[in-house]
Design a protein around this ligand. Structure first.
Ligand code: NAP
Length: 506
């Protein structure tokens, strides 16, 4: 089967061409031309989303669950084509794309199930107390309502699960918010097929086509126009610190500022406690190397920094990690720009004061070979740059002098998506001391595992203090993520007939 894209934007169900086009830059296979986004196309998509909002917000949870399930079915029906173009565009292996597709449709189906029971609505009712002295109390009912059209930026590193029909889109549609997606330029063909699947699902169910639009990229003006459009009421984003911060600032500077739910980077520190290091340093080193190189290190939960107590166990950890990383061959990165950014990040790391380089420099082109460095805690603490994310399969081992220094190191990290403890039973007291530091730093704290691989479920938190995310109270993975696109409204003394359907039964 050979994929032939139509190459258009998808605006409220219509395929829209544009005078300017851009050419894709696949890792392998043919390149294709796509319509380039413009502020005018963004405005058209936002107008359609706003026009669809009232009806979609009033839809029943059953209707929205049907939409989510139908989208999942339409994606499955296009599975082979998605895998073909996805692996050509991104260089990700077919098995990874198939797995990611399963996660994407699983997310959509999970949200369908989640909204049916209504728990996310957090409905409350304080019944009227007409006889209360000195003043009567009115009847008060509260429910979560959708906020309006939502902008979603497709992420480069998850062409399916964090892109066109990814977690942000699923959560927004489940909440009753129309979505305008800005496709990522690294995988326009994948975005197009998934966009077609959403359009087909809306059409099948006879729902307003304005509920979904896909504007392909092509210039920075597209993202800027999208987040500043007055009809957009929230933004979901995964990407770089620089790009995310620029868009976040645009959201804050609007006449009506809006929330920007950005996930901007994390080094996901892993603390190897002494008894764990003594009992299984080599095993932990090899496990860390496997986690670091998963997906060519292009996971936001990549554990880029390992902290171990200096000594023979640290030596064993480093040797084992170095051997495993040296055995890992070159892996294709998602874009040429990312491969170049990886190489310059590795150079910056190698030039840091007191940093030892343990593996040869990365190879050229779009491929990346793993990198490993080590540094003393003292040198690490005096060079903030060493704590910056280098996107790719790069690990830094920080050797701590004393167990007490682990907490000092922990306190020096910026906000993180995850923090990991490798511990045995006799490490418990030290772990108890560290836990308050890790809780304050990260959205998810793990013991005896590796953070890559984020479960999509009710209890998941994929977020954390800035810059892991721009809203520490939110998650972009799991059912709790729907709360980003809802806001509480209180209805005082409203007759039953006026109440939203979701409140009528309460
Ligand atoms: P990015 O450069 O931040 O771009 C993400 C999206 O935001 C793209 O659609 C981009 O549009 C748009 N954008 C960025 N800056 C903008 C601006 N100033 N104004 C308007 N729109 C803007 O991220 P990326 O392309 O995915 O990857 C670049 C780097 O981001 C990677 O090398 C890596 O360091 C980091 N990254 C981190 C994670 C993570 O989970 N931690 C995930 C992905 C990427 P254009 O494409 O048109 O520029």
């Amino acid at each position: 089967m050979t994929f032939a894209p139509h190459g258009n934007h998808l605006i409220a169900g219509r395929r829209i061409d544009a005078p300017q086009r851009f050419t894709s830059a696949p890792a392998s296979g043919p390149a294709y031309d796509y319509a380039a986004g413009t502020p005018a196309v963004v405005a058209e998509a936002c107008a359609a989303a706003e026009a669809a909002f009232a009806g979609f917000a009033a839809s029943s949870r059953q209707q929205r669950a049907a939409l989510l399930n139908t989208i999942a079915g339409e994606i499955d029906a296009r599975g082979a084509r998605i895998t073909e173009i996805g692996s050509s565009e991104t260089g990700l292996p077919e098995a990874r794309l198939e797995g990611e597709r399963g996660r994407t449709t699983g997310q959509l189906r999970l949200f369908a199930q989640h909204i049916l029971d209504g728990a996310h609505l957090d409905r409350r009712h304080d019944a009227a107390l007409p006889g209360r002295q000195p003043l009567p109390r009115p009847d008060l009912r509260m429910v979560q309502r959708p906020i309006g059209p939502v902008a979603v930026f497709g992420a480069s590193n998850f062409p399916l699960a964090f892109s066109t029909a990814g977690g942000d889109t699923a959560a927004a549609l489940a909440a009753g918010c129309p979505v305008v997606v800005k496709g990522h330029g690294a995988h326009p063909g994948t975005s197009e097929i998934v966009g077609d699947a959403i359009v087909a699902a809306l059409d099948k169910l006879g729902m307003d086509a304005g509920i979904f639009s896909l504007v392909q990229g092509g210039s920075r003006a597209v993202g800027a126009a999208l987040v500043t459009d007055p009809r957009i009421k929230a933004v979901g984003f995964t990407g770089s610190l620089g790009g995310g911060r620029a868009l976040f600032d645009l959201c804050a500077a609007r006449p009506e500022p809006i929330p920007f739910f950005g996930e901007l980077g994390s080094v996901n520190p892993m603390f190897v406690l002494p008894a764990a290091a003594a009992s299984r340093a080599a095993e932990l080193g090899a496990g860390w190397a496997a986690s670091l190189t998963m997906g060519a290190g292009q996971f936001c939960t990549n554990p880029g920094i390992a902290i171990v107590l200096d000594g023979p166990d640290a030596d064993a950890f480093v040797q084992s990690a170095a051997a495993a990383l040296a055995d890992t061959g070159p892996q294709t990165m998602l874009t040429d720009g990312m491969a170049e950014a990886y190489r310059s990040g590795a150079r910056r790391m190698a030039e840091g004061a007191g940093v030892n380089t343990l593996l040869p420099p990365p190879c050229d082109g779009r491929a990346a070979t793993p990198q490993l460095f080590e540094v003393s805690a003292e040198n690490w603490l005096s060079n903030e740059d060493l704590a910056e994310e280098v996107f790719g399969p790069l690990g830094l081992v920080v050797r701590a002098e004393t167990p007490e220094q682990l907490a000092t190191l922990g306190r020096s990290f910026k906000g993180q998506l995850t923090a990991t403890l490798q511990m045995d039973d006799s490490d418990l007291a030290l772990a108890q001391e560290l836990l308050p530091v890790l809780e304050r730093m990260a959205g998810r704290v793990l013991a005896n595992g590796f953070p890559t691989g984020v479960e999509v479920c009710d209890a998941m938190v994929h977020g954390g203090p800035y810059p892991a995310s721009t809203n520490f109270g939110a998650t972009s993975v799991g059912t709790l993520s729907i709360r980003r696109f809802l806001r509480p409204v209180c209805y005082q003394n409203l007759p039953e007939a006026l109440l939203p359907a979701d409140l009528a039964a309460v």
